[in-house]
Each structure stands twice: as C-alpha cells, then as structure tokens.
Design a protein around this ligand. Structure first.
Ligand code: ATP
Length: 267
C-alpha cells in the first residue's frame, strides 16, 4: 500500500468558503469539529473536548471529500487521506498491516485531519460475523481509533461513506464515529459554485452557471461535470461543422442537462 506523499501534508488550503451552498451543514461541522479544535479552552470549561470522529454520508459525488478538506483548512491542519486502494491488498495480512502503517504515518504527522473514504468497504458490517481477513481489518481500524481517543486534539478523524448502513456498528460507539452527518445533494447555491468552477478557464459564457444551477435539482457534483463535458462536446461539434468557435452558452448547458440523468435519485 502506498502512503500519502509528504507534499500532501502541507496545511490544507480549501476552506468552507470554497464549498458552495450547504450553509446549515457547514455550521453544524463548524460547531462539531472545528471550534472544539480551535477553542479547546471554551469546550473544556463545559466538560467537552475536541476529537472523536465524524462520519459524512450521502450519495456519491456530492462533496464529502471537499468538505473533509475544508474541515482541515478551517482547523489550519494538513489533510491526511486514507483511500481504500492504499489499504486493501490481496496478500494475506497485508491490508491490516497497511492500515496500521498509514495510521502510524498519520500519527507521526499529527496534528492533522485523517480522512477515511469508503468506510463501508474498510469496515463492512457483515464481515464481523465471518472471521475472515476483512473482519481483522475492521478490528485494526477500531484499535487505531481507540488509540486516537487518548489525545484527541492532535488527530481529527473524518470518515465518509455512500453506504452508511453497511458500516460495522462498532464504529459508531462513543469516541469513534459517534456523529453521522448527512451530506445532501448540492443545493442551488452549491450547484452554481460547482458549475462556475467547472466553467472557469474554459471557453464558456459564465452566465450559464446560474441557469444550469436552477434546472439541475438532484444532480451531484459529478453529474454536473458530465453535463459540462457534454455541453463542451456540442460546442466543439458546432465549431468543427461551422468554423464558429463560440463559447459554451446556456442553451448548450441546458441541452446537455436534458441528456444526463441525476444519479442522486438512485441513491
Ligand atoms: P464520492 O462519494 O464519490 O467519493 P464525494 O461525496 O467525496 O464523492 P467530492 O469528490 O467531494 O464528492 O465531490 C465531487 C465533485 O463535485 C468535486 O469536484 C467537488 O469539488 C465538487 N463539489 C461537490 N460539492 C460541492 C460544493 N458544495 N461546492 C463546490 N464543489 C463541490
């Protein structure tokens, strides 16, 4: 398993301001994770402390990773991602060793925000009954998280899952991933921010972002990317056919949206 390169461990620069819309969600996470880290004195006064994990869940492509980065950015900490492909190996015992090694690295780089993507794959609940290597992997994760519990202010753990019902319930006990926070499909403002980012730096009419955002309820960030890609194909086709390389406009974007199904409806 590979581990994150050292350059990933610079202080994260993404902030909540870079996450479009989702104002309620940002407020909840600010109170739940960011402020306990930034103002431990205040929380200690009331018997609360920083740390403990939070699990972000919701349909794919809706900003869980971006939000986790923003949590790190708001805390002024580096972001330390753990991806399933860094962990899972077909060789006997290697997955467990990889996971322990990665946590070791994270600890060596604390304070940091550890992000565990695809929690359902690392700690799949039915594996507990089995006694196979996947169950041992869940146990390694539990051990590592309990280690974090002793001095929680230097390692914040954020998990993410598209299938929270498949995550071993042992992970939701106190001190682990006590809090689950739903990351909904992007709202109007979030979609506008996403589309503006996607159109930035390509030959497009920026006003199309507002029009597209208004017509794409239930589209994920990933779906919106597919829409913009399709609209770009229209513009290229038009330029090749006519020699007129006009910017991607509202009509191309809305035409493309009609051809891309919003995937969050399947979730
Ligand atoms: P998965 O579950 O597939 O891992 P995810 O929920 O982690 O997906 P991201 O990878 O964070 O989703 O988001 C998908 C894309 O949409 C990214 O390019 C991200 O920057 C963008 N995006 C999603 N939500 C927002 C938002 N609210 N504001 C700005 N960009 C967003």
């Amino acid at each position: 398993g590979s581990v994150p390169a050292a350059e990933l461990l610079r202080e994260e620069s993404v902030r909540f301001a870079d996450v479009g819309g989702l104002e309620d969600l940002k407020k909840v996470l600010h109170r739940l994770i960011v402020m306990p880290y930034v103002r431990p004195d205040l929380y200690a006064k009331y018997g609360r402390r920083a740390g403990g994990g939070v699990m972000l869940y919701g349909p794919p492509g809706c900003g869980k990773t971006l939000i986790a980065r923003a949590i790190a950015g708001e805390c002024g900490l580096p972001f330390f991602p753990i991806r399933i492909e860094d962990v899972v190996s077909e060789y006997f015992g290697a997955s467990e060793r990889n996971l322990a090694d990665i946590f070791e690295q994270a600890r060596a780089n604390a304070p940091c925000v550890v992000f565990i993507d695809e929690m359902d794959a690392i700690a799949y609940k039915r594996h507990r009954a089995g006694g196979d290597s996947a169950r041992r992997l869940t146990n390694v994760l539990l051990q590592q998280l309990d280690g974090v519990g002793s001095d929680t202010t230097d390692m914040l753990v954020v998990g993410a899952s598209n299938a929270p019902w498949d995550v071993d319930s042992a992970l939701s006990r106190p001190g682990r991933f006590e809090r689950r926070v739903f990351v909904p499909p992007p709202d109007d403002d979030a979609r506008r921010a996403i589309v503006e980012t996607l159109l930035h730096g390509i030959h497009a009419d920026a006003s199309g972002a507002t029009a597209l955002a208004a017509r794409t309820d239930f589209y994920s960030g990933a779906d919106l990317r597919a829409v913009v890609d399709r609209a770009a194909e229209y513009a290229i086709e038009h330029a090749l056919d006519t020699g007129d390389d006009q910017p991607i406009g509202t009509s191309e974007l809305l035409g493309a949206a009609a051809e891309v199904r919003p995937t969050t409806l399947d979730w």
